[in-house]
Design a protein around this ligand. Sequence first.
Ligand SMILES: [Zn+2]
Length: 210
Amino acid sequence: MNKVYSIIPIDKTKSPDKVVLLTFDDGPKQEVTLKPLLDTLGKHHAKAIFFVNGYRVKAHPELLKEINDRGQVIGNHSYDHIMLGKEKEPKVRDQIERVQSIVKEVTGKTPVFFRPPFASSNDAVRKVAKDNGLLYMTWSNGSLDWALGTKVQNKPQAIIDNVMKQLHPGSNILMHELPWTGQALDSLLTQLEAKGYSFVDPNAIDVSLK
Ligand SMILES: [Zn+2]
């Protein structure tokens, strides 16, 4: 990953640069919105990072387990989805470390990826992420699927258009667990494949913090 959160080949001779990283934030919410994402990823043999919130994991540990069981990767998106950039270190630490614990408890794995809600950050956020061995990222390609009440809600095609407009090699694509994203995903992945893109396996990302 580079400084603007795009994915670049570790070894240019071995891996293509026409790749995208798929990410889904703010879950796990409900079976009905999660399942289409998992099914479509499975159909395309694609892996993604699901950046989860602790309070949602607490409400639906079985959904977190399902994400993990389907071979997808779980990232830390803070416990309560708050603006971490406005908080001091103890609160930031609590928000990040409680997610590390609950995900470990449910799946047996500790997250290695972190994305702050609203991309709201400060020195404490970066320090606590680093202390926990987390690779910090925001995104480089926003689907705008979260822009409720605007052009995108219930318009899967608008999500696809937004992603394709911003498409670049290494795109770190921000999406959410939302019904219209589930409806858009199959077509989006098909179009990306048609343009010669493949999907980065998050497990292949170098998370060593330099
Ligand atoms: Zn979020």
